[in-house]
Design a protein around this ligand. Structure first.
Ligand SMILES: Cc1ncc(COP(=O)(O)O)c(C=O)c1O
Length: 360
């Protein structure tokens, strides 16, 4: 059986180290906000080329707290994409904001800077660029809009650990960036986890306070905060996996290259933005006869999935935020996209097997 993602294989690949790290936490003195979290924060900041990293409970919280830290308040508009995990939009609403959906670039699936510019109003207080599937957004264009209108740019890097834009690490380019460590992510915990990374000391201090009751060191709330802590167990496992993240990202790229070479022109393979390094959280192709495609693969024990079948603005919970003119590209591509199996432990034999079924 070839699954679309397979975090258990990653555990098995580093079983002794992970088991040892878990045991160390169990036998240690602190289970919440101890040395493992502190060390992970330093190591992940180094990996993302940022000054500070703050571990939080999950990727949705990372976005929620980052939005509050850049000053998003009740009724403020935040521009983002509808071709994303619904969590991106949920976080905006959690912060009291209004999600304003801009359409995506057809070739790359990422937010279209032209549409972002059109969506700006005096109420716009932030832009969230989602590096969807691991593909970097057009950061030059987004940064120039953010600078022109003095709007903070937040990177949603939940799917893009290790991706690069023009030689810069994704997560180090905007004002603040947000990561998820959901088990299937490129860097996955054994439960929920997330992080905020930034070069901005003020934002870092605010996020640190917001993640724990509004405290800054002295157990006094200087603002209304939340409980969104990364726990020691998750941090310990993440520290083990982080050591292999660069190597695992290279493996994902090699798998994508192999798919690209083997798949015939019957399907559209993913394009990579110039001068960028994709992190291939997902390897997404397009095919017209999608249901038959998925069914045929399933019969051969290969599990392809659709990320994401319904754009956020067309989902029941978010339809009040749907733009009047719709999002033509977003609404079109959801009918043909399919995610093929993608994880570092996927073998070249399994890729060939999958490609043969598709090509035939
Ligand atoms: C693009 C994107 N943003 C945000 C999130 C939210 O992360 P989490 O599930 O850790 O809350 C996810 C996870 O699915 C995601 O893929």
């Amino acid at each position: 059986m070839i699954l679309c993602a397979n975090p258990k294989l990653q555990y098995l690949a580093h079983k002794d180290e992970i088991d040892g790290a878990i045991k160390k936490v169990l036998e240690g003195e602190r289970y919440i906000l101890g040395d493992e979290v502190t060390e992970f924060e330093k190591e992940f900041a180094a990996f993302t080329d940022t000054k500070t990293c703050i571990g939080v409970a999950n990727g949705t919280d990372a976005l929620h707290l980052a939005l509050r830290a850049v000053g998003v308040c009740y009724g403020d508009e935040v521009i983002t994409t509808a071709h994303t995990a619904v969590a991106t939009a949920s976080a905006i609403v959690l912060a009291g904001g209004i999600p304003v959906f801009a359409d995506i670039e057809e070739e790359y699936y990422t937010i279209d800077p032209v549409k972002v510019r059109e969506a700006i109003t005096p109420k716009t207080k932030a832009i969230i660029a989602v590096h969807i599937y691991g593909q970097p957004c057009n950061m030059d264009a987004l940064l120039s809009i953010a600078k022109e209108y003095q709007i903070p740019l937040i990177e949603d890097c939940a799917q893009a650990h290790g991706a690069e834009y023009k030689g810069k690490k994704i997560g180090s380019i905007g004002d603040v960036s947000c990561f998820s460590f959901y088990p299937t992510k490129n860097l996955g915990a054994i439960g929920d986890g997330g992080a905020v990374a930034t070069n901005n000391d003020e934002i870092a201090q605010k996020v640190r306070a917001l993640r724990e009751y509004g405290w800054i060191g002295d157990k006094i709330s200087y603002t209304i905060g939340f409980n969104s802590r990364l726990d020691e167990l998750q941090a310990a496992v993440l520290r083990v996996k982080l050591k292999y993240l660069q190597e695992d990202t290279q493996k994902r790229r090699a798998i994508a290259d192999d798919y690209n070479k083997q798949l015939t022109s019957a399907v559209d393979t993913p394009k990579v933005r110039d001068n960028c390094q994709h992190a291939y959280h997902l390897y997404v192709i397009q095919t017209k006869e999608r249901d038959a495609f998925i069914e045929t693969l399933k019969k051969a024990d290969v599990f392809a999935l659709i990320h994401y079948p319904v754009p956020v603005h067309l989902q029941e919970g978010f339809k009040s935020f749907a733009p009047k003119s719709g999002l033509p590209v977003t609404e079109r591509i959801v009918h043909s996209i399919v995610s093929l199996p993608m994880y570092p432990e996927l073998s070249f034999k399994e890729i060939s097997y999958t490609c043969n079924i598709i090509n035939n």
